[in-house]
Ligand binder design. Structure first.
Ligand SMILES: [Ca+2]
Ligand SMILES: [Ca+2]
Ligand SMILES: [Ca+2]
Ligand SMILES: [Ca+2]
Length: 196
């Protein structure tokens, strides 16, 4: 300890400064967070005695922002339509998702609600293979590993022509009934005229 600029552990932090910082003169990484004491003091300005300076659960050596605690992202998406006939390609856009202090690194989509993600990407196009009501779920993950999910329903109709055919039958029934009663009335009148 005679030489004031000696650096016994070679971590770029002189022994005399290690004493000031209260770090280990013979351990280049006092808090074992994979950053040397010199790097923490002079470059990142993180605490060389605390492996997780901001206390967000991510060690300084792996933390993209070791001085700012990570906040979870917020998942949000829009869809081109809420209901469509089977066979339609639907567009989904998660561009409205956000993160308070970082960036979103993954967008995952579960279209059929089975818990298995079917697609990845900020914008996706999907065509459902069967009719029904589907709970489309989006999961976003930020650069600190935190995530958020949101879901929205989509209605897929069985077949585009079915409602038209159904309406036709429904309107034909009263017309047929009216015709039947008119003919019956006409026949009765003709019969009573004959009898008289
Ligand atoms: Ca040193
Ligand atoms: Ca360290
Ligand atoms: Ca941290
Ligand atoms: Ca974040």
């Amino acid at each position: 300890m005679g030489d004031p600029v000696a650096d016994s552990d070679g971590d770029q932090l002189a022994d005399c400064n290690e004493v000031v910082q209260n770090t280990d003169v013979f351990d280049s990484d006092t808090d074992s967070d994979n950053l040397t004491d010199g790097e923490e003091v002079y470059v990142l300005e993180t605490d060389p005695r605390k492996p997780d300076t901001d206390g967000d659960g991510i060690l300084d050596g792996k933390d993209p922002r070791p001085l700012i605690p990570n906040e979870p992202p917020v998942a949000s998406f829009t869809k081109s339509v809420s209901s469509a006939p089977l066979g339609t390609s639907l567009d989904f856009d998660a561009g409205g998702s956000s993160d308070p202090e970082g960036i979103i690194v993954a967008y995952e989509w579960d279209f059929d609600g089975d818990g298995v993600y079917d697609a990845e990407g900020m914008t996706v196009t999907y065509s459902f293979s069967s009719p029904g009501t589907f709970n489309v779920t989006l999961r976003v993950v930020d650069d600190g590993g935190l995530s958020d999910t949101t879901a929205d329903e989509v209605l897929i109709a069985p077949h585009p022509t079915v409602p038209v055919v159904g309406l036709g039958v429904v309107t034909l029934i009263p017309i047929a009934l009216v015709c039947y009663f008119l003919i019956r009335k006409h026949r009765r009148r003709a019969k009573s005229a004959q009898d008289a």
